[in-house]
Each structure stands twice: as structure tokens, then as C-alpha cells.
Design a protein around this ligand. Structure first.
Ligand code: SF4
Length: 403
């Protein structure tokens, strides 16, 4: 039978590497890295975070997309959602002839145009169990780039559901990865999940578990989590056994703290023995996210005067990096090098953690004398976009440099 499901590439990586490197590498970034992650350009000392940019999952997804285009030059190739959350990389996918299937308002996808003759790329965040089954039923060729770290979370959630535990997922319910992770409970009859966005939302959950004064009524609880939990979720029944997991790109400390709060609420409602038998937790932040957050935390011990964070506004891990930096120094989260205007010397950036927060434009954003510029980028930002942003800042400053 003809193979229609691929998740290990097509053995073309070596041939395509030079093309991919040429498109996404940056000489400026390589120079700074080769000089110990700190380099001086005129009166600007640039400090690059020790870990930044493309993670192993994104590297792999981008490689597979290029391999797929070369493997099936005659076929129509679709991509479910975005390959990764970076506008530049997604634009390149379009230029290569890949057609995007964007999510509808309810987060579902319309596969009605896909035929058995087509190829469909599954992005690094994965797709829901239901979408995967629908694609398999069509009989198209599936190239699955779901990251191994995401699969690791799915295994945990699958296990929780199998053992009768509700998966409490720290993540954004609108994010593709969290939706795909939550759907894993459907592998088991009566599997349940609930998604909590942050510490504030987890408090609603904890107050209900511990029956603290002022906790939401059952109906208000159900209403609050209507779109963030399994259909028919009953907090009186489904918060008895809890397993905690998270979207791989959340703030590691917050995930940990949410897990501890839920455990505390169980102890408060019953006792430690009960909590031990009814609570499970596994750290499922991926190592790439963790390393990027650790590198920023290390830099913030002695923060630079200005911090530049580059990455898609809808990129969860980039937003978290920016949020970490904002606590310590003047931080500018830009989506792309184009946010820096060399002519006017201005920067267009997003100040808030919320992916939909409006952009603001700043004029006098660079210190007048010598200063340190810290730089990091989310896991979906290619080095060439980091390099372009840096070059624009040097141009504003009138700094000549040779590579
Ligand atoms: S951020 Fe982590 S989980 Fe997501 S694609 Fe990268 S390595 Fe995989």
C-alpha cells in the first residue's frame, strides 16, 4: 500500500540545507555569536541572549516544508494554519506555492477543498485529534511536523484521561497547540479537560476546589469555562482527579505555580493524603522555551538599557520573553525589522503581553550616549530577521561596520 503519512522527512535535508541557511541565516548574528554573544558597534554594545531564535521544533518544521515542496513539485500542497508563528516564514511558504487553510471563527478548519491527490502539512503545534482523523479519512498525503515536545505533552494528557484524571492545561484556549493538546482526552470515553490561561484564572479553579468564600457557583463556573473545557464539564465531578499539563511555550514559573496552587487547594479541601492520590503533574514546558527564558533571566541580572525582543505578536513564547524583560528594562517587542524605520528613527512595537494589544510608535527610544542593547527572539524568529533589525538600529545611529 502506498505510504501516505510521513513524519520523518524525505531524506532531502542535506541537499536543501544550503538553500534554507541562505534564506534564514544572518552574518551579523553569526559575528556576534562568534565573539561570545557580545559585540561592539560604534557606541552600541550589543548583547545577544545565549539562547534565542529558531528552536529544534521550528527548524524541523521548516525543513520538512521545504522537503515537501521539493518532493511533490506537481501536487497541490496545503498547510493547516501557520507553519510557525512568524509572518516572514509564512510568507515564504506562500511564495513556494503552499496554500494556507486558516482556522474558522470556532477554531475548526474547512478541509472541503482537499482531495486524496493533495499533500497536507501539519504544523509544529499539531492539529486536533478530530482534524487529524478528518484528514486521514480524505486519504491525502500527510506530512506531520508536530514537534516531539508537543507529542510528549499529548502522551501525558492521554495518560491522565486514561486514568480518569481531568487534564488541567495551562495555556490559551485559542492557541492551536492547546486545542490540539486538549483534544487528546477524546482518545478515551469520558476524557475531560479544562484550560486555564494564567494565575488569575487558575484562582477561580482553586477557589472552587477548596470551596473558599466567594467562589463561583456551579453554573457560573460552567459558564466561565464554557469554551475552555469539555462539553458537559461538571466541576463537582470533574475536579476530583486532576493532572496538570501546559502549552509548551508558557512561562515555566507560572505553570509550576499554578500546579502548586491546585495541589494546595486539594489539601485545603481534604488533606495531603487525598491530594497525593488525586493530583498529578509533569513539567511539560519544552526545553527550548525553558532555555530561552533562562537566557533572558540571566541577562536581566545585569539588564541592558534597551532590550529588543523580535518575534510574531501571536507567538506565545515571544510574548513571554518580552514580558520577562519588561520587568527589568525598557523593552521593545517588534514583529519584524520593518518595525524600525531608518528614515524617521522610530520604532513600532507592542507594549502589552496580549497578542492583540495595539502597537505604539516611539521616537526617542535610543539613549543619546553609549548604551547596551540586549537582543533576543522567539523560537519562530529566523536569524536573518534578527540581523535586519540590528542593522537598521546601527543605520539610525550612523554606525558603519564591516562583517
Ligand atoms: S517551542 Fe518547543 S514545543 Fe514548540 S516547536 Fe519549538 S521545541 Fe517544539
Amino acid at each position: 500500500m502506498e505510504q501516505t503519512y510521513f513524519r520523518k522527512g524525505f531524506g532531502l535535508k542535506k541537499d536543501l540545507r544550503p538553500i534554507i541557511d541562505a534564506e534564514y541565516q544572518s552574518a551579523v548574528v553569526e559575528r556576534i555569536r562568534s565573539r561570545g554573544y557580545t559585540d561592539v558597534f560604534g557606541d552600541i554594545t550589543v548583547r545577544l541572549a545565549q539562547e534565542f531564535g529558531f528552536c529544534y521544533g521550528v527548524d524541523r518544521a521548516v525543513d520538512y516544508a521545504y522537503e515537501t515542496v521539493h518532493k511533490f513539485p506537481e501536487k497541490k500542497i496545503y498547510l493547516v494554519g501557520e507553519i510557525i508563528h512568524n509572518p516572514h516564514v509564512n510568507h515564504r511558504m506562500t511564495e513556494m506555492g503552499i496554500a494556507f487553510i486558516y482556522p474558522q471563527e470556532d477554531g475548526g478548519f474547512d478541509f472541503s477543498n482537499v482531495t486524496a491527490d493533495d499533500v497536507v502539512l501539519i504544523p509544529a503545534f499539531g492539529v486536533t485529534l478530530q482534524d487529524f482523523d478528518r484528514l486521514r479519512a480524505i486519504g491525502c498525503i500527510l506530512v506531520d511536523t508536530t514537534c516531539g515536545s508537543v507529542l510528549h505533552v499529548w502522551k501525558r494528557v492521554d495518560m491522565y484521561a486514561k486514568d480518569g484524571f481531568t487534564a488541567v492545561i495551562h495555556g490559551k484556549y485559542t492557541h492551536e497547540e492547546s486545542r490540539a493538546t486538549a483534544s487528546q482526552v477524546n482518545k478515551h470515553e469520558n476524557g475531560t479537560y479544562i484550560i486555564v490561561r494564567d494565575m488569575d484564572e487558575s484562582k477561580i479553579l482553586c477557589d472552587y476546589i477548596a470551596k473558599r468564600p466567594g467562589h463561583l457557583s456551579r453554573d457560573a463556573f460552567v459558564e466561565h469555562f464554557r469554551h475552555k473545557s469539555t462539553d458537559g464539564f461538571d466541576p463537582d465531578k470533574h475536579l476530583e482527579f486532576i493532572g496538570v499539563a501546559n502549552q509548551t511555550t508558557m512561562l515555566a514559573n507560572e505553570s509550576l505555580a499554578i500546579g502548586m496552587k491546585i495541589h494546595e487547594a486539594m489539601v485545603e479541601a481534604h488533606d495531603a493524603e487525598y491530594a497525593q492520590a488525586h493530583y498529578r503533574s509533569f513539567g511539560t514546558i519544552c526545553s527550548a522555551t525553558q532555555e530561552r527564558q533562562d537566557a533572558v533571566a540571566e541577562m536581566m541580572v545585569d539588564p541592558p538599557q534597551v532590550m529588543l525582543v523580535i518575534g510574531g505578536y501571536n507567538s506565545s513564547n515571544t510574548n513571554h520573553l518580552a514580558h520577562m524583560c519588561q520587568q527589568h528594562t525598557r523593552t521593545f517587542h517588534i514583529e519584524d525589522a520593518a518595525c524600525i524605520d531608518v528614515e524617521t528613527g522610530t520604532i513600532r512595537h507592542k507594549e502589552d503581553l496580549d497578542p492583540h494589544a495595539p502597537e505604539t510608535v516611539d521616537e526617542d527610544w535610543l539613549p543619546s550616549g553609549p548604551f547596551e542593547l540586549g537582543v533576543t527572539a522567539g523560537a519562530s524568529t529566523p536569524n536573518n530577521k534578527i540581523g535586519e533589525a540590528l542593522v537598521r538600529i546601527l543605520q539610525i545611529r550612523g554606525v558603519d561596520f564591516e562583517l
